[in-house]
Design a protein around this ligand. Structure first.
Ligand code: UD1
Length: 422
């Protein structure tokens, strides 16, 4: 397994291109299953999770052809041959469950493995299943698989009210509803920019959708969807991560390709911590003058609140803040696995259940550390950029699931970082 070696070396400055959003792309790709015409996605990120979704769609008979080095994905589900999402692929990536809604809508049946345990909490799929049941699907759980069947004549529109906000369940029901007979209302829908992006793509394919970006989405089912070309929205989590680079190391970084509207809750917190954030013509610029960052309290919440996917990275920043910060993780249990690793670098953190209390220290010191999940791995890299001496981050395969060319992008800002093959 590869490691990443980082030597802290002071302020970092420059421009970083932000890739297309992994999480948007993982929902857009299964949308191909809804139509027999081609779907082309541009601005796709080049990540291992995208390759996993490619393999899953191909196993169902879809064609997925990466063009321009993977930045364009040409998809076609003209000849859908299967409806089984096998455990061997699903266990690698929870987002595999997103084929369930589209398969049900187009093929009338789907057999999808349950994703199983996940390092950052139990993460059940009950909301995906109950949402699709509200459209008439019948579900049965057998031997670790969901066996789902649409009624004769296909799914029917219905009212879905989610008891809690779920990005994935909203996406699954939204996709299924586009081909259901009649109208569907999704209440307490997720409002994340990735949902808005999916709705735009579906609309370009001929779907009739209103209200995306609010907590109530209405869909009027259509007979069939056509092909489309769609540009994937910028990755707000990658952008937020690079916004933290100058916040933690000093310097000024401009993230190219994304806007502040993608990260309202996060930008507010940086401002509160004393970091300068401003919109530019091509993206967002962030800088930190001399002096320490102020401690701030952070509570994760669905969009437009502070994203759980930036909690680990924010913690790395707050390890060096002036004062005590309290971080509350409200979306996933067990999402502080980066805390003990940051403590190996000299951070002062106490974790009690879903709350972490971080007392800022003057400096962090390099150490060998272990990446435990995707966002945890990048939080260790951020800490390492600001630490004295050398940090070796092991088990970086998690990083490749979500960050494109991270060493290259950080080197371009002046960081001393390299990947060492095992
Ligand atoms: C998506 C993102 C992930 C992000 C998360 C929250 C993708 C591919 N992944 O994950 O990076 O961290 O949103 O912003 O887009 N829940 C249930 N039952 C369900 C579904 C969810 O109880 O059927 C719970 C989850 O355990 C969690 C909460 O709902 O506590 C929110 O999860 P959800 O929004 O569904 O996350 P994902 O869509 O899996």
């Amino acid at each position: 397994m590869d490691s990443i070696v980082v030597t802290g070396n002071g302020p970092l400055s420059g421009q970083v291109p932000i890739a297309g959003a992994k999480n948007a792309c993982l929902a857009l790709m299964p949308a191909t299953l809804l139509s027999d015409e081609p779907l082309t996605l541009t601005n796709a990120p080049r990540l291992s999770d995208i390759r996993t979704m490619t393999a899953l769609l191909q196993s169902l008979g879809a064609e997925v052809v990466p063009l321009q080095g993977g930045q364009v994905l040409a998809l076609s589900s003209h000849d859908l041959i299967g409806h089984l999402a096998h455990y061997d692929i699903v266990r690698k990536m929870r987002a595999s469950i997103l084929v369930l809604g589209p398969l049900l809508a187009r093929a009338g049946e789907a057999v999808v493995s349950l994703p199983g345990g996940c390092a950052i909490g139990a993460r059940p799929v009950d909301l995906h299943l109950s949402g699709l049941e509200a459209l008439g699907a019948e579900m049965e759980l057998r031997e670790g698989y969901v066996h789902a069947r649409a009624p004769r004549g296909g799914l029917v529109g219905g009212r879905v009210r989610f008891p809690l906000v779920s990005v994935g369940a909203t996406e699954n029901v939204l996709m299924a509803a586009t081909l259901a007979r009649g109208s569907t209302v999704i209440e307490n829908a997720a409002r994340e920019p990735e949902i808005v992006d999916l709705a735009r793509c579906l609309r370009a394919m001929g779907a009739r959708i209103e209200g995306e970006g609010t907590d109530r989405i209405e869909v009027e089912g259509v007979e069939r969807l056509s092909g489309a070309t769609h540009r994937v929205v910028a990755d707000r989590i990658e952008m937020g991560t690079y916004m933290l680079v100058p916040a933690i190391c000093g310097g000024e970084v401009e993230c190219l390709g994304g806007g502040l509207d993608l990260l309202p809750g996060f930008a507010d917190k940086l401002d509160e911590a004393g970091i300068t954030v401003r919109a530019t013509e091509d993206g967002v610029a962030v800088s930190r003058g001399n002096g320490r960052v102020r401690a701030v309290d952070v509570t994760t919440a669905p969009y437009p609140g502070f994203p759980t996917d930036l909690q680990a990275q924010m913690m790395a920043l707050l390890c060096l803040a002036d004062g005590v910060s309290v971080l509350e993780e409200r979306i996933f249990e067990n999402r502080f696995m980066h805390a003990p690793e940051l403590m190996r670098m000299g951070a002062r953190i106490e974790v009690h259940g879903g709350t972490a209390r971080v007392t800022g220290v003057d400096r962090l010191k390099g150490a060998p550390v272990m990446a435990t999940d995707l966002r945890a791995s990048v939080s260790l890299i951020l800490a390492a950029l600001a630490a004295q001496g050398e940090t070796v981050v092991n088990r970086v395969y998690h990083l490749d699931r979500g960050y494109e060319r991270v060493e290259e992008k950080l080197s371009a800002l002046g960081a001393k970082i390299e990947r060492v093959a095992a």
